[in-house]
Design a protein around this ligand. Structure first.
Ligand code: ZN
Length: 84
C-alpha cells in the first residue's frame, strides 16, 4: 500500500539515500527511486540533523500520526452521515 509522508517528513532509501515524498515514488524527490528503494524506504524528518544524518521518525510518533488519521477519517464519515 502506498503511503505519503506527513508534513515535514520524507521517505529515504536506507540503501542509496534517495528521497521520495511517497513510498511508491509517484512523488519522488531524487531521480531513480525504484522498487529496491521502496523496499528500503524509511520515514525520516525532511531536514537532516546537524551531523548530516537523517533522523528516523520514531514508531510512537508514527502510531500517533496514524491514530490521528483514523480519527479524522471517522470524523469525515460522521459528517457524511449527517449530510444525508
Ligand atoms: Zn535506493
Amino acid at each position: 500500500m502506498n503511503k505519503v509522508a506527513p508534513e515535514s517528513q520524507v521517505f529515504v532509501c536506507a540503501a542509496c539515500g534517495k528521497r521520495s515524498k511517497d513510498r511508491y515514488g509517484d512523488q519522488k524527490i531524487d531521480r531513480g527511486w525504484d522498487v529496491s528503494c521502496m523496499l528500503n524506504a524509511v520515514l525520516c524528518y525532511e531536514e537532516k540533523s546537524e551531523t548530516g544524518f537523517w533522523i528516523v521518525v520514531g514508531k510512537a510518533e508514527r502510531d500517533a500520526e496514524e491514530k490521528l488519521e483514523a480519527e479524522y477519517d471517522e470524523h469525515r464519515k460522521a459528517r457524511r452521515r449527517v449530510r444525508k
